[in-house]
Design a protein around this ligand. Structure first.
Ligand SMILES: Nc1ncnc2c1ncn2[C@@H]1O[C@H](COP(=O)(O)OP(=O)(O)OP(=O)(O)O)[C@@H](O)[C@H]1O
Ligand SMILES: [Mg+2]
Length: 275
């Protein structure tokens, strides 16, 4: 079953002097428990697509469906992590993580358990009673991620969630996300500027081109990941050193640079050894 579906989506914005076509004929699906990454240059419409899945923006043509229903607004089945993490400044870290659970009516004892689990998972031990302004930017982002994971939503929508993190924390979070995806798979639509991050995390990578935003290719990573057994690697740098990873990464870069058309299959690109 497809959990998220974009059917011929178009988005025009009104601007002084005329209409601006931001997205044209966007068609793709994210299957249940699939992790799909969107990559593409700044302004190609990634955030707009994610906002549509979240029910915060609406297409001017075509349809967006989540769980087979057309999206008409935000809902508890979807959690969003934005580029700029929005925590409640007057609530502690524990209260921030537990807020959505409280709204959902999760009983207190269960709530406490879940909160502690995510405090530990995100390396926030010792900071549970601090307020957001007392934490670094990277730590605040980890709280925002913990808050959305804690809700265990059907669909996670993440817009550059690791963009503001330092390189080391980013790698730890990426490895954590891979573990989470393996142990507790969710339907994820994930935006990133990092091709490496997309290839490392996603089952499929959607490559977009700008003016207007369109899909130029959809690359299957899951198959290669399984056959090449990336899962056996403990750390991201081991995966990144694999030939199969390097091939996929350079193929996506070529697509982004417009050096390759989308017709060629990944299999052929790998056979011929071109990146
Ligand atoms: N509310 C709006 N009104 C007018 N134009 C908009 C609006 N929101 C987005 N746009 C335009 O739509 C295009 C896509 O914007 P969007 O934020 O989706 O891009 P993006 O791919 O997420 O970029 P980035 O990688 O920089 O975050 C841009 O040209 C932007 O200026
Ligand atoms: Mg964006």
């Amino acid at each position: 079953m497809s959990e998220i579906r974009f059917e011929g989506v178009e988005r025009r914005f009104h601007r002084p002097g005329g209409n601006f076509l931001a997205l044209e004929n966007i068609c793709f699906e994210v299957a249940e428990r699939e992790f799909v990454a969107l990559v593409g240059p700044s302004g190609c419409g990634k955030t707009t697509l994610l906002r549509m899945a979240a029910g915060l923006d609406f297409p001017t043509g075509g349809r967006v469906l989540v769980g087979n229903r057309e999206v008409r607004g935000p809902g508890p089945d979807r959690a969003v992590v934005f580029q700029q993490f929005a925590l409640f400044p007057w609530k502690t870290i524990r209260q921030n993580i537990g807020f959505g659970l409280k709204c959902k009516g999760t009983p207190l004892t269960q709530r406490r358990e879940i909160i502690e689990h995510y405090v530990t998972l995100m390396g926030l031990q010792g900071h549970g009673d601090a307020y957001p302004h007392q934490l670094s930017g990277g730590m605040q982002q980890r709280v925002a991620i913990a808050r959305s994971y804690a809700l265990e939503p059907d669909v996670l929508l993440m817009d550059e969630p690791f963009g503001a993190l330092d390189a080391q924390t980013r790698v730890l979070m990426q490895e954590e996300l891979v573990r989470l995806a393996r142990d507790n798979p969710r339907t994820v639509l994930f935006i990133t500027h990092s091709v490496d991050e997309a290839v490392y995390l996603a089952d499929r990578v959607i490559v977009m081109t700008p003016r207007p935003g369109r899909i130029s290719a959809i690359i299957d990573i899951g198959l290669v990941r399984r056959t090449e057994r990336w899962i056996d690697c403990e750390h991201i740098e081991e995966v990144m050193a694999q030939k199969s990873f390097v091939h996929l990464r350079s193929r996506i870069w070529r697509l982004l640079r417009g050096l390759e058309s989308s017709g060629e299959t990944v299999g052929r690109a790998m056979e011929t050894g071109v990146g």
